[in-house]
Every structure is written in structure tokens, then in C-alpha cells.
Design a protein around this ligand. Structure first.
Ligand code: NAD
Length: 251
């Protein structure tokens, strides 16, 4: 039974794997057996060491995903590791906070380009390879703001709501090609992305009080969902946005 979750011999590309949720996901996939290709702006040295500790291969690819230019080269680099690409985790993302009356166009564009446009074109580049090979797994990192509006983050809410729609749209088109496209919607996790919230003496306790599990998430809390959606265990799962949120959306 547990063999369904085994990722031995697979190659996984994870964007933004140097820190935070991407790092947690990369380590989880490696522990399940996958070789890891980290794609991002900064060196993923610590992640590489953790992947090596569990005996998997690791490739670190520099790419700025605020534009779609590196998408094809990143996929080609991933394939060069072992001749195949089985899993893509579209994790890299940014958030810009401002009252909606004050949002600047450059900030709007940066968020939409990184969180949405690059997600589509990286998925497209990977799916062209996966379709030829008979299948693969694409996991997009959505958000609670795929379901809710949030506060002072309109571009982020728009981008993550669109990621949910994109996940369903791609699942519809690519399921018949053996490609599973799904998303994980993390709740409130302790990473750089939420540093401003955790430092806010009003927002932090208000958020914590609303989480049924009674604590913020840690990157390792995504391990099970990520391995499930990356493995044969999810072969008949298409187009879901799976909340991993300590119960936040259940309230
Ligand atoms: P983080 O800021 O620690 O990590 C973001 C990652 O994305 C980093 O590796 C960063 O280098 C990378 N990145 C950002 N812009 C990039 C670019 N232009 N090119 C290449 N890489 C780029 O935050 P995190 O919380 O780990 O965020 C990971 C994902 O999870 C994001 O998509 C975020 O929106 C999402 N998310 C986070 C939370 C949370 O509570 N932390 C909740 C829901 C969703």
C-alpha cells in the first residue's frame, strides 16, 4: 500500500525551494524518493544539503520567475538531471501589502506576473514534456485567498484565486494525457511571506485565535499533501485545491 506514495526514480522541479514552504516540500519529496531540481532567484544551498542527506540527487537552477523567459530553460535543465521530469511544484510567489486605494501598478504587475503568469507558462513547458512521456504531476501552491478576499493584498488575492481557476482549467485539458494538475492551499504558515503579519500585535493574535488547530503551520505540515499529490496515490485526483490550514476554512 505505501508503495503508492513512493517517488523513487522520479524527478521533481520545485520553484522557490531555498526557503519556507518550497523548502519543506522539496525535502518531503526527496524523503519519499524523488531527485530535486530547485528553481529560484537565490541559491538553495541548505535545501541541497538536506536532499543529499537522504541520498537523492539535487540540481540548483537560477531563474527569476517574475518573467516567463526562464520557464523553458528551467524545464530543460530539470530534464537534464536524469532525462525525465515527473513532478512540478509551482511554489514561488510574492505578496505586496497596501490599502487598495494606494496600490501601485508596478506592484500589481509584479504579483500577477510571478504568482500567476509564470505558473501557467512553467506548467505549459513541463506539460509539453510530460504529455510526450505519458504523464506527470503538477502541483500549484494556492492560498486561503483562493477562497477568501484577505485584507490589503488585492493583487495577491486576485492571483491566488486565479491559480485555483487555472488549476481546474489545466486539469480539464490535461487529465486525459495522464497529467494530474492539483493545488495545495496552505493556511497561515510561519515563513517570510507572513513575517509582517506575525509581527503585527493586532493581526497575529486575531489570526491565531481563528485557527482551530491552535497554532500556525510549519513547512513540514505540507509534506503529506505534497507527497500524495506527487505520487501514484493521487492518480485519479484532478483539479482539486486542497486546503492544509489547521481547519481555518472549516470555521
Ligand atoms: P517565502 O517568501 O519564504 O518564499 C517564497 C519563495 O518564492 C522564495 O524561495 C523566493 O525566492 C521565491 N520567489 C519569489 N519571487 C521569485 C522570483 N521572481 N523568481 C524566483 N523565485 C521567486 O514564502 P512562503 O510562505 O514559503 O511562500 C511560498 C508559496 O506559498 C508562495 O506562493 C506563497 O504565496 C504561498 N503561501 C504561503 C502562505 C504562508 O502562510 N506562508 C500561505 C498560503 C500560500
Amino acid at each position: 500500500m505505501l508503495d503508492l506514495f513512493n517517488l523513487d526514480g522520479r524527478t521533481a522541479l520545485v520553484t522557490g525551494a531555498n526557503t519556507g514552504l518550497g523548502q519543506g516540500i522539496a525535502i518531503a519529496l526527496a524523503e519519499a524518493g524523488a531527485d530535486i531540481v530547485a528553481v529560484g532567484r537565490s541559491a538553495a544551498t541548505e535545501t541541497g544539503a538536506r536532499v543529499a542527506e537522504v541520498g537523492r540527487r539535487f540540481l540548483d537552477v537560477r531563474a527569476d520567475l517574475s518573467s516567463t523567459a526562464p520557464a523553458r530553460a528551467a524545464v530543460d535543465a530539470a530534464i537534464s538531471l536524469s532525462g525525465r521530469l515527473d513532478i512540478v511544484v509551482n511554489n514561488a510567489g510574492i505578496i505586496r501589502r497596501a490599502d487598495s486605494l494606494d496600490v501601485e501598478e508596478a506592484d500589481w504587475d509584479a504579483v500577477i506576473d510571478t504568482n500567476l503568469k509564470s505558473v501557467f507558462f512553467l506548467a505549459q513547458a513541463a506539460a509539453r514534456h510530460m504529455a510526450e512521456r505519458g504523464g506527470g504531476k503538477i502541483i500549484n501552491i494556492a492560498s486561503l485567498l483562493s477562497f477568501q478576499g484577505g485584507i490589503r493584498v488585492p493583487a495577491y488575492a486576485a492571483s491566488k484565486s486565479a491559480v485555483a481557476g487555472l488549476t481546474r482549467a489545466l486539469a480539464n485539458e490535461w487529465a486525459a494525457r495522464g497529467i494530474n494538475v492539483n493545488a495545495i492551499a496552505p493556511g497561515y504558515f510561519d515563513t517570510n511571506n507572513t513575517a509582517a503579519l506575525r509581527a503585527d500585535p493586532v493581526r497575529e493574535p486575531a489570526i491565531l485565535a481563528r485557527i482551530p488547530a491552535g497554532r500556525w503551520g510549519e513547512p513540514g505540515d505540507l509534506a503529506g499533501a505534497a507527497v500524495f499529490l506527487a505520487s501514484r496515490a493521487s492518480d485519479y485526483v484532478h483539479g482539486v485545491v486542497l486546503p492544509v490550514d489547521g481547519g481555518w476554512l472549516a470555521r
